[in-house]
Design a protein around this ligand. Sequence first.
Ligand code: C5P
Length: 329
Amino acid sequence: MPTSGSSSMRTAILVWLTLQNSIHTLLIRYSRARVVEEMFLSTVAVFLTEVIKCVICLLLVAQEETPQRFFSTLMNQVVRQPYDTLKVCIPAMIYIVQNNLFYVAASHLDAATFMITSQLKIFTAAVFTVIILRRSLSSTQVALGILFVGVSLVQLQSSASSAASDNLNQRPLVGFSSVLVACILSGFAGIYFEKILKGAAPVSLWMRNVQMGVFAIPSSFIGVMVNDGEVVREHGLLYGFDSVVWLTVLWYGIGGLSVAVCIKYADNIAKNFATSVAIILSTIGSMYLFDFVPSATFLFGAGLVIFSIFMYSSTGNFLSNFTRHRGSA
Ligand code: C5P
């Protein structure tokens, strides 16, 4: 876990999040769109992702403590401070709904449309940054606008080429509404979590995620039973699970923790810039995989995204937040 704000460490976090997100988008779509006899339950995938994240965070907390102190730290920071633990209940619950909605969206939208519509997060995070964190974004607004236009142009070509191959079982309106609500939730939960994380309480990032797991694991399990209880009772929890699904679940968990690290050392807006670059990379990935030839529009859009990142960096927000908010994780 990085504890210093060296520029190579900051860049490494953003580059990692970018790569992680590029693979994530392709993986989640592939896991939902491929033709299989038994399609896994996305509610179960969300539940298992929460379990994996919590186990990883517990291991990381354990690594920082002696075995004797591990349990007392857990008791002190999770059980004996119910009010502090309760604070993360809101983002934890919101993330469960959001993660489920992203699976619904990935099932009903082609990869390109899914990626472009999920960029609405750029705006929702900016709006909630102003409302909740009371941070002024005037110098950033133009960069955010250019970023959005750039990502949209990148996606135009791939949307057009994939529209023809749309699956008839897909219901774009369901997909679009899911992604819209998920983006509003993403913006709100991300900023709310940022506020908690950067508040005065000396609770580590990993411990915050363990606290989130206290709410997220039971509530995502309730989600499984309410939505898919019948299938689970008949076929078991791991119905339709194969290596691709396990990889998607594991990758989703690692992605969630990477988002948390990025929020801690930078902020939600920097996180969204990193994931926008991921869009270009995953589009290039699909070019390579599906013989996609970049148009002038694509190249222009990609240029705008890169330009917007330089513009945002020059406002001093992009990387300086790492140093401003660094501390022990
Ligand atoms: O970028 P976006 O808002 O979509 O990413 C949020 C993702 O990060 C969710 O999957 C959420 O569960 C995860 N996350 C996490 N721990 C945090 C913050 C976010 O696992 N502390």
